[in-house]
Design a protein around this ligand. Structure first.
Ligand SMILES: [Zn+2]
Ligand SMILES: [Zn+2]
Length: 464
């Protein structure tokens, strides 16, 4: 069981700036609490406010005293947002140790109850940060009121934005990467390799693209995967789906892929779910993931994934491959699209990447569909599109490269949020799109980290 604190890079930048101050700096982070059925907790930081300089009564490089005006306004805001409050402070200096001192522990004892009562949340959190040459080091705790479980350490910190960074608490056990990843480590170092091993990733859609993505992830060192696909393998899928053989025809695609990946990496923690992502219980399973690859063809599924980046601060790499033919039926166009949905970037709806009429038709029951057809309205449904292993694999590899780029940071800054591969023309183009004002993906809509809204993701779910 772990506790992860998820921050946008704007909040992370504010923490880094605070930590670089030679004097101690304090503030309050407001976070939504997302608890999974297995006990993992994610604290989705929605807002931060640093203590007003006028509220410091005393302050030097290893001590401070603050008047209640320094944090009480933030607690009122926490209550208004339905968020918990995390008491943040710095231990300055590159050699500073971000672990609680005895004085910190008595401050926690003094304010924990007040923070919980004023914010209206059963949780009080702490976060201590010290600067480092790059980034920062941290430790933290989640301190619930009685009846909400024990005090727990915040062990992981996941920063999502233009770059993605997964960090472990300073008191976490040091685990060197396995020697099998020697070639990776020579390319990007042990920290990135460790992050790959610690990331919890979901692959939604386990066909030609999803199976190619998942196999590359596992060979790269990803060790925690959730695979979701409601389809079963057909004979014409074996030509593209990695890990499948004719003997697998009729089996669930997700299960075939899980078995294949487990053979590559016996230490892989991998769950396969044979269900539709458009059903709420399946979609909720994505709540504990750090990152999702969208490898599904259906538009209704993409509508769900499109909301994750905003509501759960979970980045999504959405992939599309489209083959088009001329009048004679010959292949003329090979188009791949990789869209990176980070919190604050334009969603798939704002980018016009989802066919909304089709999405509506995909979630109709057969009876509803027949009724609409009888009334003269036949909803558009996708037919069987052409697909070729070389192209699904090429686009999958480009998508996995985008994950590496966001972890390693070797490319241009700012990064593009979409990559378009026109394979037939041997051309690649990139773009960045801004959210439409007022849409849920627009940070001004205040939906970032909204978490457990009812209904889930503020979306209409079909009844099951
Ligand atoms: Zn301290
Ligand atoms: Zn949008």
């Amino acid at each position: 069981m772990s506790v992860t604190i998820v921050l946008t890079d704007a909040v992370a930048a504010a923490l880094i700036e605070a930590a670089s101050n030679p004097l101690e700096v304090a503030g309050v982070l407001l976070a939504a609490v997302h608890q999974n059925s297995d006990g993992d907790i994610r604290l989705l930081v929605r807002h931060h406010s640093m203590v007003d300089p006028a509220a410091y009564r005393e302050r030097d490089r290893n001590h401070m005293a603050i008047t209640p005006e320094g944090y009480v306004p933030a607690l009122a805001e926490a209550e208004a947002l339905g968020a918990m409050a995390i008491w943040f402070h710095t231990h300055p200096g590159l050699s500073g140790t971000p672990l609680p001192s005895l004085a910190d522990e008595s401050v926690d004892e003094a304010i924990a109850e007040l923070f919980r009562i004023r914010s209206g949340s059963p949780y009080y959190g702490t976060l201590i940060v010290s600067p480092r040459e790059t980034e920062f080091a941290f430790s933290g705790t989640l301190q619930p009121e009685e009846g909400y479980g024990p005090i727990r350490s915040i062990d992981r910190l996941w920063i999502v934005g233009d770059r993605w960074r997964l960090m472990s608490a300073i008191n976490a056990e040091d685990r060197p990467p396995s020697p099998i990843f020697d070639r990776n480590v020579r390319a990007f170092g042990g920290d990135i390799q460790r992050a790959l091993g610690d990331l919890r990733i979901a692959v939604v859609g386990c066909g030609g693209t999803g199976s190619a993505v998942a196999e590359q992830l596992v060979r790269l060192g990803v060790r925690d995967l959730l695979l979701i696909d409601a389809d079963h393998l057909s004979a014409s899928n074996v030509t593209r789906v990695y890990g499948s053989t004719p003997a697998d025809v009729g089996r669930p695609k997700a299960g075939i892929l899980r078995d294949h990946l487990n053979a590559i990496a016996p230490d892989l923690c991998c769950e396969a779910i044979d269900a539709m992502i458009t059903l709420e219980p399946t979609a909720r399973r994505l709540g504990d993931r750090d990152l999702v690859f969208g490898c599904t063809d259906d538009n209704a599924g993409r509508l769900v994934l499109s909301r994750l980046a905003t509501y759960m601060l979970t980045p999504v790499i959405d992939i599309g491959v489209l083959l088009s033919s001329n009048a004679a039926g010959l292949l003329m166009g090979i188009d791949g699209r990789i869209t990176i949905l980070s919190p604050g970037s334009a969603c798939l709806v704002c980018r016009d990447r989802i066919d909304l009429a089709r999405a509506g038709a995909e979630v109709l029951t057969p009876t509803e569909r027949k009724r609409l057809a009888d009334e003269g309205y036949a909803p558009a449904l996708g037919g069987t599109e052409p697909a070729v292993v070389a192209f699904t694999t090429a686009v999958a590899a480009a998508a996995v490269s985008e994950l590496l780029e966001r972890l390693i940071g070797y490319g241009p800054d700012p990064r593009p949020s979409e990559i378009l591969l026109r394979i037939h023309e041997r051309e690649i183009s990139i773009n960045r799109a801004a959210p439409r004002p007022g849409h849920y993906c627009d940070p001004a809509s205040k939906k970032l980290g909204f978490s457990e809204a009812t209904p889930f993701l503020e979306q209409v779910w079909p009844k099951i």
